[in-house]
Design a binder for this molecule. Structure first.
Ligand code: NAD
Length: 275
C-alpha cells in the first residue's frame, strides 16, 4: 500500500513512510532499494555517510517508476560542512546517485562546536535555488539550532529528522516543529526493539493481530511523524509497509505515550561531532 503524503512548508509533498539505508551494505543496497520500490515504498532515505549512494542510485535506475514518483533523500556529512565544502559534497552525492537533483537534502548533524551549520544552511539554500535539491531540511537539530538558522536566513527547514521511538518521544521538539511548519521525521523508529515487549505495545498487537514493530510504526504515523524504518529482508520491508489498514485507539496511543523515558539509542546531537 502506498504511503500518504505530507505537505511540506515549501509547497512540495513527501511520503510519510519510507525506508532507510543506514548500515545497508553497499553490494546489497541496489537490490534492497529496487525491492522496496517494487513493494510500494516511494521514499528512500540515504546519506553520503552511509557509503552506499551508488547502490541507492542503481536501485532507482532498476525501477520502472518515473523519477517524479520517487522521493530521494541524502545528507551532508559533518566533515563537509561549510559553504563551499557543502556545495562540493552535494555535487559528489548527485554524481554517486546518478541524479540531477534530490528531493530532500539534509544537514546530517549540527556539530555545534564547529559552528559551521549556519554556513552549511546557506549552501543548502543555494542548492535549492539551483535546482539541485527540491527541498532542504536538517537532521538532529535542537530548538536552538533551528532558531539560529531560521533567524539568520528566514528559511525554515521542511523537515527535522531526529531520533524518535517510544522510549524517546521528544514532545517539546515536536511541538516546536508543529508551531513552525517543520515535519518531524523519525529515525531509529523501532528503537532497537527495546519496546517490542512493552505491555501497551503487546496489548495493541494482540487486539489488532499486528506485530510489535507494526504497532510502533503505526504510532509514529498517528503522532503525525514521517518514518523511515530499515530492513534488508523482503518480509521485513513488506511488514513495515502494511500500516495503513488499521489504526490505534486513543487509549492505545495514550498508553504508548507513557513509555517515554527520554532515553536515546543514538548519540546526543548537542555533543556529537564525529567527522
Ligand atoms: P530501525 O528502527 O529502522 O531498526 C532497524 C533494525 O530493526 C534492523 O536491525 C532491522 O532488521 C530491524 N527490523 C526492521 N523491521 C523489523 C520488523 N518488522 N520486526 C523486527 N525487527 C525489524 O533503525 P535504523 O536503521 O537505525 O533507523 C532507520 C533509518 O533512519 C536508517 O536506516 C537511516 O536511514 C535513518 N537514520 C538517520 C540517522 C540520522 O542521524 N539522521 C541516524 C540513524 C538512522
Amino acid at each position: 500500500m502506498i504511503s500518504p503524503l505530507l505537505a511540506l512548508n515549501d509547497g512540495h509533498r513527501m511520503p510519510q513512510l519510507g525506508f532507510g539505508l543506514w548500515q545497508v551494505p553497499g553490494p546489497v543496497t541496489a537490490d534492497v532499494t529496487a525491492t522496496a520500490l517494487r513493494l510500494g515504498y516511494r521514499l528512500i532515505d540515504g546519506a553520503a555517510a552511509y557509503r552506499n549512494e551508488e547502490g541507492q542510485g542503481a536501485g532507482l535506475r532498476d525501477s520502472t517508476l518515473p523519477r517524479d514518483q520517487i522521493f530521494v533523500t541524502t545528507k551532508i556529512w559533518n566533515s563537509d560542512q561549510g559553504f563551499d565544502a557543502t556545495l562540493r559534497a552535494a555535487e559528489a552525492s548527485l554524481a554517486r546517485l546518478g541524479l540531477d537533483h534530490v528531493d530532500l537534502l539534509l544537514i546530517h548533524w549540527p556539530c555545534p562546536s564547529r559552528d559551521l551549520y549556519p554556513d552549511t544552511w546557506h549552501a543548502l539554500i543555494r542548492l535549492r535555488e539551483e535546482g539541485r535539491a527540491r527541498s532542504i531540511g536538517v537532521s538532529n537539530f535542537n530548538e536552538g539550532h533551528l532558531q539560529r538558522i531560521i533567524g539568520e536566513t528566514g528559511v525554515v527547514p521542511v523537515v527535522n529528522q531526529i531520533e524518535i521511538n517510544p522510549r524517546l518521544q521528544q514532545p517539546a521538539l515536536r511541538a516546536f516543529h508543529a508551531a513552525h511548519g517543520i515535519v518531524t521525521q523519525s529515525w531509529t523508529p523501532l528503537g532497537q526493539g527495546r519496546s517490542f515487549d512493552a505491555p501497551p505495545v503487546l496489548a495493541a498487537a494482540a487486539r489488532t493481530g499486528r506485530s510489535p514493530a507494526q504497532i510502533i510504526l503505526r504510532w509514529h504515523i498517528q503522532i503525525g511523524a514521517a518514518v523511515i524504518p530499515r530492513s534488508t529482508r523482503e518480509a521485513g520491508l513488506r511488514e513495515n509497509l502494511n500500516l495503513f489498514d488499521f489504526s490505534l485507539t486513543d487509549a492505545e496511543m495514550a498508553a504508548i505515550a507513557t513509555l517515554d523515558e527520554a532515553s536515546r539509542c543514538g548519540p546526543d546531537p548537542a555533543v556529537f561531532e564525529m567527522q
